[in-house]
Design a protein around this ligand. Sequence first.
Ligand code: AMP
Length: 390
Amino acid sequence: MAVNAGSSSLKFQLLEMPSEKLITSGIVERIGMSKSVFMIKVDGEKNEEILDIPNHGDAVNLLLNKLIEHNIISSFDEIAGVGHRVVHGGDQISKSVVLDDAKIKYLEEIIDLAPLHLGPNLTGIKAFKEVLPNVNHVGVFDTAFHQTMPEESYLYAVPYDWYTKYKVRKYGFHGTSHKYITQRYAEMMNKDVKDVNIIIAHIGNGASICAVKNGRSIDTSMGFTPLEGIPMGTRSGNIDPAVVEYMANVKKKPVKEILNILNKQSGYLGVSDISSDSRDLVSAAEKGNHQAALAIAIQSKRIADYIASYHNYVGGAEAIIFTAGIGENAKPTRADIGGRLETIGVKIDEERNDTRGVEQLISTDDSKIAVYVIPTNEEVMIARDTLALL
Ligand code: AMP
């Protein structure tokens, strides 16, 4: 079972391994609030119930009992392992690990690095461990894939003891997705992962670019937190940090609130004043809305900047991969980014680019760098790592 626990939600997928066949998936929402929602897919159909689910432990119990009730499993013993998506592994965890007491203690020690996500992740892990004490629980970390970055990529040019004493450095996120894409690309090209030099543009509601050299992450756009890098659905991406103090002063608000605005009311939403959803912006831009077009253009420009720079850093990328909600589906955005990369030899083929949600080459045959759409699959990656550690 692949699990992604948030503060009030819990997403799950049950996969048959090693065939990677999806058995069922679902989500529990509004945990701890009134009118919690439990959704599970039974024979592909959504089955939704509204009820009160006071905490994560209750959510886990309910979900496991529903698997039996819907005849998806006949006993809990059929679940051989649980893989948990964990947002942060600090600088000690560079691969997926079995979540024993020592690992959980370590995660509790680094909770301040990602308090909004790591706390709920730990709550989910503990709830599952309590209900399924006899199976292995594996942590699959968003930061792990990026632990191969060299110092020159992950260190900020700030006083060195900010790093040594306070762990301030770039960690990077979306690592499970970037790793999946790297492996999948190697498989598609029939080559060893060690020979893969690519740039991955994971563009969804959250978005990050990753430079992959010899199959390893050597740089990525997200940083100490997911706020760094390119503008996203609601995040600003890079800004001059001096703006934070300035806006705190003029708005007479604490720094915390300004950061909240940079995380939750910026990016697509902030610039467009319309929505954080790319579909809304694409359609508003098509109708001539300037701010919607601008929100997309600012993001596309910054993505192209990162890709051009990473092309240099990996020593010449063989391919650029688009993935996640926008990367997989939004052809005008891909075309726009491609158009901004003509000077490094990228040529998008209009017909090939007319695609969504499937693996597809979208560059012309004479493009100097191949461009692909490859749908990401973090849950399969979680299941693979869990199986490997059983
Ligand atoms: P994710 O976070 O990967 O689920 O991606 C969410 C983003 O993908 C949202 O901005 C969606 O609007 C966007 N998205 C999903 N489907 C489409 C589509 N058909 N066209 C444009 N954007 C899409």
